[in-house]
Design a protein around this ligand. Structure first.
Ligand code: TYM
Length: 335
């Protein structure tokens, strides 16, 4: 039996190159080796204030982008998190097993909480427990994500281990412990305006990120205005030049060239020569994705049928795990 993969993206606004290079592209590349489940995590999307008028449409957008980026239904299942109620149910059970101070330590919670002041919901604090539920319900072996999710995966393993210690039998653990799958390159795509800050959907400046659905003109404008430095000759891995390393890495990943080839090609270049190359690589990578996306969004019936099938497949697995967990916790079985 192939090992199982589970991962997901939140339907909040536009996906950017960080989401693509840190996560979705890697799902596509390895999907033939695994039994894959890719979820649109719409329950996570309401942990910060959200607009009910756009949530459903954003959910279609992410599902269509998964397909447009190359997720293939012969190897992968695509579904919507809120369509499988076991996610919320398991999250409750795990809430009661997870110590509060484990959640208070999460870097992403602290960062997001600062931005929201008095408006922080209990859901924002609880977000990693829901994420642990997503993963553990499917007994995922591997979870391919960007670097920013690493701490949440460590927490998932800790929750699983604690549940096993408290409620598992020696030869019958409640949960399988998942491993993170984080690549060396692309796992942390940085902002175009600051090479020390992660590219993020929540950055107030649109100029900080390239979205998968940006027009060629927008891409050109953003790269033209992105932060660089006054040094001529471009090189990787210089801690004094975080923007340079980020932009070269983007060029390498988008052009499909090796690091060595890019280092040689760009070693004597100035920014004026490099920026059009990066622009072309981004536009050409995104063009087929955008075309496929536009076509899929006119076929809502088709998307519905995929998500319905995904819901059925995911529910069957998730319900089995949920029953096993409830049994281990001592619940009276359902009638
Ligand atoms: P989300 O929606 O913030 O991001 C989706 C994926 O994109 C990666 N990512 C990045 N990678 C590289 N550079 C960046 N600048 C960058 N920004 C984002 C993220 O690491 C992620 O892989 N909690 C998750 C969603 C989630 C999930 C799960 C993931 C919910 N349940 C279960 C895996 C398994 C999140 O908010 O990702």
């Amino acid at each position: 039996m192939a090992q199982r993969i589970l991962s997901g993206v939140q339907p909040t606004g536009n996906l950017h190159l960080g989401n693509y290079l840190g996560a979705i592209r890697n799902w596509v590349e390895t999907q033939q080796e695994y039994d894959n489940f890719f979820c649109v995590v719409d329950l996570h999307a309401i942990t910060v204030p959200h607009d009910p008028k756009t949530l459903a449409q954003d959910t279609y957008t992410i599902a269509a982008l998964y397909l447009a980026c190359g997720i293939d239904l012969s190897y992968s299942t695509i579904f919507v998190q809120s369509h499988v109620s076991a996610h919320s149910e398991l999250a409750w059970l795990l809430n009661c097993i997870t110590p509060l101070n484990w959640l208070e330590r999460m870097i992403q919670f602290k960062e997001k909480a600062v931005k929201q002041g008095d408006n922080v919901s209990a859901g924002l604090l609880d977000y990693p427990v829901l994420m642990a539920s997503d993963i553990l319900l499917y007994e995922a072996d591997k979870v391919p994500v960007g670097e920013d999710q690493k701490q949440h995966l460590e927490l998932t393993r800790n929750i699983a281990q604690r549940t096993n210690d408290q409620f598992g039998k020696k030869d019958q653990p409640v949960f399988k412990l998942p491993d993170p799958l984080i690549r060396n390159e692309g796992a942390r795509v940085m902002s175009l305006l600051d090479g020390t800050k992660k590219m993020s959907k929540s950055d107030p400046s649109e100029m900080s990120r390239i979205n998968l659905l940006d027009s060629p003109d927008d891409i050109k404008k953003k790269i033209k205005r992105c932060k660089t430095d006054p040094v001529k000759g471009l090189s990787f891995d210089d801690p004094e030049r975080p923007e340079c390393d980020n932009l070269l890495t983007l060029y390498m990943l988008l052009s499909g060239k090796t690091k060595k080839a890019v280092a040689e090609e760009c070693q004597d270049m100035g920014w004026g020569q490099f920026k059009p190359l990066l622009t072309d690589a981004a536009v050409e990578t995104l063009r087929p994705i955008q075309e496929k996306y536009q076509q899929l969004m006119t076929e809502k019936g088709y998307l519905d049928s995929i998500l319905k099938e995904g819901q059925e497949k995911a529910s069957a697995i998730a319900q089995q795990t949920l029953s096993r967990v409830k049994d281990a916790l001592g619940y009276l079985p359902r009638f």
